[in-house]
Design a protein around this ligand. Structure first.
Ligand code: ATP
Length: 422
């Protein structure tokens, strides 16, 4: 957490005003890491798939959506309050019978809805209530017919969305693990009912692959199937992908078989027929498999897994594809104009080639290496006196610390190749 703050990944939310629990602001490097996670997800779950369509549904939907989906009634957690210090806890996450903060007596439990409420328009009355979406999925279900009418996809096909979701969480967050505001990467994959197990297995496998691609060590990733009593109201089978965080094994991502619950309910409640007609003129509600991934939980797992330390250095051994900065460029010495000029040219060229590039000319090269190691930059390029003679530079590898000399003319393709290999 200290590294994340110091180096510009994650800042506590509204810190100068004393902070707001479970909220965070993202600095330039955190933002880049999140962007790279989302890019990798989009590439794997949308672009590489045969028939997955993107959607940008709204954060504010008609409140009728959340009534129909069951969230107004069921998206609740059991809440208890300490009668002495008035701190609130989720009853299902408490082992103790008394308040963990002051030992006081706890109240009876009551259900607490996790959706944030707001009002549309100028009046704050019940008929103008709206909710901030607690998941991106519902916008997908209510646009199902739009996608079918525009693109006429054959089953199976998917609709995917990345976007903010909001939950009024009352338990302590464990850094960015549990937030009031977070981003989800969700896919609703529409299938014929008979095939649900096959597709469930396919997406489970895909999630395992995505964990590996994100650099998570397989020993720290596990799967846990939900008991019937634990499953959400819409699900017939749910498997959590769990990660072994420093604070315990916890849900990283979820995979749910949502059946035809959502399309059916929205058809009934809206009066608009959301069924599907196949090539043989059979009319039915497709069933749905949903992999749902949180960007911040992924980022936290990625950071925990990548953090490495020995007596000399702290290194974020991030997968190069996720690293916020791909390459740093240094002139050996800041007060040698020839070296600075040449290094600037290389820096510009790599930036123009669309890489995230850092520049550093402070202190000695050793210190600059350590500074880049700490933020996970895979490669550092140094322009030295030999560069001026033979147009080669040294490239130093973050993990092995080994250096090699590469022709300046080959730099762009060298980096491209290394990115593809990793
Ligand atoms: P939990 O049991 O930990 O509250 P959940 O089962 O309610 O999580 P889902 O409804 O399955 O979570 O949401 C899908 C994904 O969205 C989760 O696997 C997680 O990656 C992410 N997510 C859910 N809630 C939060 C949150 N408050 N902060 C950050 N990410 C979240």
């Amino acid at each position: 957490m200290a590294l994340c703050k110091r180096r510009g990944f994650v800042y506590p939310g509204s810190e100068i005003y004393g902070g707001v629990a479970n909220t965070w602001d993202y600095g330039p490097l955190g933002l880049a890491l999140k962007r790279n996670i989302k890019k990798l997800w989009w590439q794997e779950f949308v672009k590489k798939e045969e028939s997955v369509f993107g959607l940008g549904g709204g954060i504010i939907l008609s409140p009728k959506v959340w009534e129909a989906s069951g969230h107004v009634e069921n998206f609740t957690d059991p809440l208890v309050e300490c009668k002495k210090c008035h701190h609130r806890f989720r009853a299902d996450q408490l082992d103790a019978k008394s308040c963990p903060d002051c030992g006081g007596e706890l109240s009876e439990q009551r259900q607490f809805n996790g959706m944030f409420r707001t009002f549309i328009g100028a009046t704050e009355e019940s008929k103008s209530i709206a909710y901030l979406r607690p998941e991106t999925a519902q916008a997908i279900f209510i646009n199902f017919k739009n996608i079918v009418d525009s693109f006429h996809p054959k089953l199976p096909f998917g609709i995917a969305q990345i976007g903010k979701a909001f939950r009024n969480e009352i338990t302590a967050g464990n850094f960015i693990f549990r937030d009031l505001e977070f981003e989800q990467m969700e896919l609703e994959y529409f299938i014929a009912e008979a095939d649900w197990e096959k597709h469930f297995d396919y997406w489970l496998k895909k999630l395992r692959q995505f964990a590996t691609m994100s650099g998570l060590h397989p020993d720290r990733v596990s799967e846990r199937e939900h008991e019937a009593s634990e499953r959400s109201h819409y699900s017939k089978k749910t498997v959590d992908i769990e990660y072994d965080y420093p604070f315990g094994k916890k849900e990283l991502w979820g995979l749910a078989y949502r059946t035809d619950y959502d399309l059916k309910t929205h058809s009934q409640k809206s009066g608009v027929d959301l069924s599907y007609v196949d090539q043989d003129n059979n009319k039915f509600f497709p069933h749905v498999i949903e992999p749902s991934l949180g960007v911040e939980r992924t980022m936290l797992a990625v950071l925990c897994d990548a953090y490495w330390q020995d007596e000399k250095r702290v290194v974020l051994k991030l997968k190069p594809a996720l690293a916020p900065i791909k390459v740093a460029v240094f002139p050996l010495s800041a007060n040698k104009p020839d070296l600075v000029k040449k290094a600037q040219l290389i820096y510009r060229e790599l930036k123009n080639a669309d890489y995230d590039v850092a520049w550093d000319d402070r202190g000695n090269v050793g210190k600059r290496y350590y500074a880049q190691d700490e933020i996970g930059t895979p490669w550092c390029i140094t322009v030295d006196y030999q560069t001026l003679e033979d147009d080669t530079v040294t490239i130093r590898d973050r993990d092995t610390t080994r250096q090699e000399r590469v022709k300046v003319a080959n730099l762009v393709s060298w980096i491209k190749e290394k990115l593809l290999e990793s």
